[in-house]
Ligand binder design. Sequence first.
Ligand SMILES: C[S@@+](CC[C@H](N)C(=O)[O-])C[C@H]1O[C@@H](n2cnc3c(N)ncnc32)[C@H](O)[C@@H]1O
Length: 471
Amino acid sequence: MAIISASVFLSKNSYQLLYKIARTFTGCRIHSLSLGSPSLVVHRQSRSISSNTNAITKSEGKEAEIPQASEFLKYLRQRIKATGAITVAEYMQECLTNPYYGYYSRKNPFGRQGDFITSPEVCQIFGELVALWCVNEWNISNIGAVPFQIIELGPGTGTLAYDMLRILKSFPQIGNTVSLHLVERSSELARQQAKKLGIEAIDQTWLTGAGKGTVEGAVDGPVDGAGDVLHYQTGISQFGIPVYWYQRIQDIPKGAPAFIVANEFFDALPIHKLQMTDGKLREVLVDVTEDDSRLRFVIAPNETAAVRLVPKESRKRQHLELSVEAGVVLNDIADRVTDHGGGALIIDYGHDGTKTDTFRAFQHHKVLDPLHEPGQADVTADVDFSLLRQMLRPKAISYGPITQSTFLFNMAFEQRFNALMKACKSDEEQDRLAAACDVLINPAKMGGQFFVFAVFGWKRGRLGPVTGGFQ
Ligand SMILES: C[S@@+](CC[C@H](N)C(=O)[O-])C[C@H]1O[C@@H](n2cnc3c(N)ncnc32)[C@H](O)[C@@H]1O
């Protein structure tokens, strides 16, 4: 676990220099600096779990009784006894998204008041530079006046989408051709995202079975397969850009160029744990102890389906954490960017095939045994970018991973920082902005612990370097 330290990447002197430079600029508005002080900021390497684990938030936002941890454990034990040991992926899915006990279903874990904070919540510059990455790639690909899509996977509170739309709208040649497509499974978060995007009239006709309509940005038409519109919610954002919500990326209409953004989405996808045992790759399963009191890991005696899905380049590894769901999402991304243009940006903590066991739970700033108190803590695993690369081939080309710090600096972070500093109304505001930016770019903090990975169709390779400093 890496707790945010008080050390700063930008020294006080360099801040003072930047302050000085910043004061010579004018006119940028600051919003959503949700950061109080660097020591308050936690990220997914160092999750801060609020002590309020005895309350859940219903979809209307009211507090309700939380199911006891012991009830969930009982439910899991009964399930395992009935069906046999379950995969780590099944266990993770239950812990995160079980409609009654699941972590994401129960409460809002985001922000200073919540359990952890993500880069877009730390500072608006993150979302702005991601939007500029899309604009630059849109320009390089010469998309022109045809409708195109921004797709965000797992939008959390909607802050990244909000900052991106604000920037996209400021480009007149883009603002009227873009539509936003959000992939979100939590209805409570979808409600929060709509609010954040300033949507006054949310259309949920699909939920009542009346939903047939058109989707902006669907060049080949709104339909997928049988002709039903597959979004479950839609509305017009305060920027005049239409927004649609889906359960899965596969439900988003195809036919338009798409820029796909996923910040801290892939780490939430369930993983299968595989371990070399007696010279063979075998799956690690979750079982109950013989005295029926606890959960424990066991090794599957035979080859399971997940083993057969391991890319051949990785079949000799001693340990693997493979997400089949990530493979499905990547397959869809590869099809979109290859067939219709655009590109994807995947930002997450992770490694390039060098780590072994990263499956863990976070509670009260501490890393816990992920089998301890299921549903009460966030369970997560590092993204293995080498596996993502192997799963994408030969359909699509990938770039990176590069550190978040490298990416942001290559996207002119300093210029934007200076402009925002100039717009601050007080020294305190400047201090807050500087502290927030330090968290984003400091190699010892999110700047070095998060990585950026880009995906394109093979044609993109002929158009020169990819925006953001990818090699
Ligand atoms: C850690 S949050 C990321 C938040 C946001 N991207 C940000 O940067 O602030 C993970 C998000 O993914 C969503 N999510 C998790 N698993 C999902 C799945 N299988 N399909 C769709 N959304 C999922 C969660 O509900 C949440 O919105």
